[in-house]
Every structure is written in C-alpha cells, then in structure tokens.
Design a protein around this ligand. Structure first.
Ligand code: PEP
Ligand code: MN
Length: 285
C-alpha cells in the first residue's frame, strides 16, 4: 500500500483495511481473478427477440455476462424509458437459454425488491452514484453490485459511495469507470483511465471499464477497450446491439455483433500474450 492510500475517509473499501484484492463471484464467474471479465449487451432491452438473439451471439463470442437496461435513466422524459419488469423477464429468459448471468440497472429503492428476483448483478448507474438510500438498500442485499462512477464525481466521492454499500454488509462491489464530464466535446465523455491504477492502489475492489459510455462513438470503443486492459482493468462493460442504427438508446456507441467478435479476438490475443509474458518474467525475472 502506498502513502497515498493511507488515512482515507473510506475505511472498508480501502486497501489498508484489506490488502488482498477482492474477487467478486457471479455464478460460476469470478470478477477480479486476474483474467478480464467481459459484460456485453444492448443499452436497453427492447424486445424478447432482441435480447434472446443477441445473448446467443454474445455467448458464442465469449462474453461472460449479459447486460441490458430495463429501467433507463434518460435525459429526456420523452425518450424510451425501458420495458421495466417485462424487460427483466426477457433478461431472465436469456439467462436461462444461455447460462449468462445478467446485469441490469436499478434506479430506485421501490423497484429493487422485484428486480432482485431476475438479475444477478445490480447496476447502480452514474446518475445514481450518490443516491444514498439506494446505496444503502443495495448494501443490505447479498447480490454483487456494479457501481458506476458519477458523471462529475471524483475518485474519492466514488469510493465513498462504495463505502455506503460495504457499510451495510455487502462487500461484493465492482467499480465501473464510464467516463467523466470535461471541456472536451469531440467525444461523449472523457474516459478516465487514470482511475485504473489509482483505484487499484486505493482500494481492494475490482474495477471494470465502460468504454461505450466513456467515448460514446462505436469506432473508438475497441482502441479504448484494449487501453483499459493494458492499464490493468479487471474487465469491460460493452454495449452491443444487433442493429445499432435502429437502437432505442445509445446506438451511436453500440458495437455490432461482428465488431464485438473482432474485439473479443483482440482481447483473447492480449490475454495469451500477457500469460506468456508473465511466464517469461517468472522464469528470467
Ligand atoms: C448504461 O449502462 O446504459 C447507463 C445508463 O450507464 P451510465 O449510468 O454510466 O450512464
Ligand atoms: Mn447506455
């Protein structure tokens, strides 16, 4: 643990309270065990057919979990708000068909109890990172929580949000960097990859990167996915849509299944390269 990690306001999430990195178990999968976790799926669950079809494709490409929003936090009240419980039912059906655990956002404490029946990982979205009643409520469950960084949150504020969850007894927290607001307008957000080594130093919790929201433009997503892994992230959260041009939300940043397949090949090569590099350094290092 570095000097930077000592004497922080967060106690339970701090490396100083827990030197070993936390590995979060989701079904048969382990997040933070040294090999990258890939969670993929559409921004929103749009129909039964859409989610069942894409789930099969993602599974074939090697994804470890399926994402899809049923309750959507939209900037405009006139935009598609998600299918709600019906969307969760389709996600559960997709899990049944593929064996992929499902990750979905819960926006408020009212919908949490019902959502728990369907999902494997509770996503707390960027806009809700400081919704303290929600953080407390998810902290009282035993389900893994994917805690996204707020749009304008500092790393310390983000870790304090995680502290709320651990403080209620749930230590299955996975952090997710998804880009922050800066003066830059060429991309939707600015993906803060500084957060990876900093978070690894300050806390024992695993960290995933969401380059889809971080960049907001599909053609830049593969480069930033590989950069995330090179920085030491524990995995990726990626938006993939069968037909991005007709998506009801976030089509501009969604990969096609073919683009996702190509990216997964690069990830596999990277993992193999890392393993041979580690072997070499342990032999000659
Ligand atoms: C999402 O994952 O689709 C989403 C709404 O993310 P964020 O909360 O990071 O904006
Ligand atoms: Mn989205």
């Amino acid at each position: 643990m570095s000097k930077q990690a000592a004497n922080k306001p967060y106690k339970l999430v701090s490396r100083s309270s827990h030197l070993e990195s936390t590995v979060v178990r989701v079904g048969k999968h382990f997040v933070g065990d040294g090999s990258p976790t890939v969670i993929a799926g559409p921004c929103s669950v749009e129909s039964r057919e859409q989610i069942l079809d894409i789930a099969e494709e993602l599974k074939l490409c090697g994804a470890h979990m399926l994402r899809g929003g049923a309750f959507k936090p939209r900037t405009s009240p006139y935009s598609f708000q998600g299918l709600g419980i019906e969307g969760l039912e389709y996600l559960a059906e997709a899990r049944q068909a593929t064996g992929l655990p499902v990750v979905s956002e819960v926006m408020d404490t009212d919908s949490l109890p019902a959502a728990l029946d369907y999902i494997d990982v509770i996503q707390v979205g960027a806009r809700n990172m400081q919704n303290y009643p929600l953080l407390r409520a998810v902290g009282k469950t035993t389900k893994p929580v994917l805690l996204k960084r707020g749009l304008s949150a500092t790393i310390e504020e983000w870790l304090m949000a995680a502290e709320y969850i651990l403080n209620e007894g749930n230590s299955n927290v996975i952090l997710c960097e998804r880009g922050i607001r800066t003066f830059e307008t060429a991309t939707r957000n600015t993906l803060d990859l500084n957060a990876v080594p900093v978070v690894k130093d300050l806390t024992h919790l695993p960290i995933l990167i969401d380059p889809s929201h971080g960049v907001g433009i599909a053609r830049y997503v593969p480069a930033m996915s590989m950069a995330s892994l090179a920085a030491g992230a524990d995995g990726l959260l990626l938006e993939v849509h069968p037909t991005p041009e007709t998506a009801l939300s976030d089509g501009e940043q969604s990969l096609t299944p073919l683009q996702f397949h190509q990216l997964m090949k690069r990830v596999e090569h990277y993992v193999a390269f890392q393993a041979s590099f580690d072997m070499e350094t342990s032999l000659y290092g």
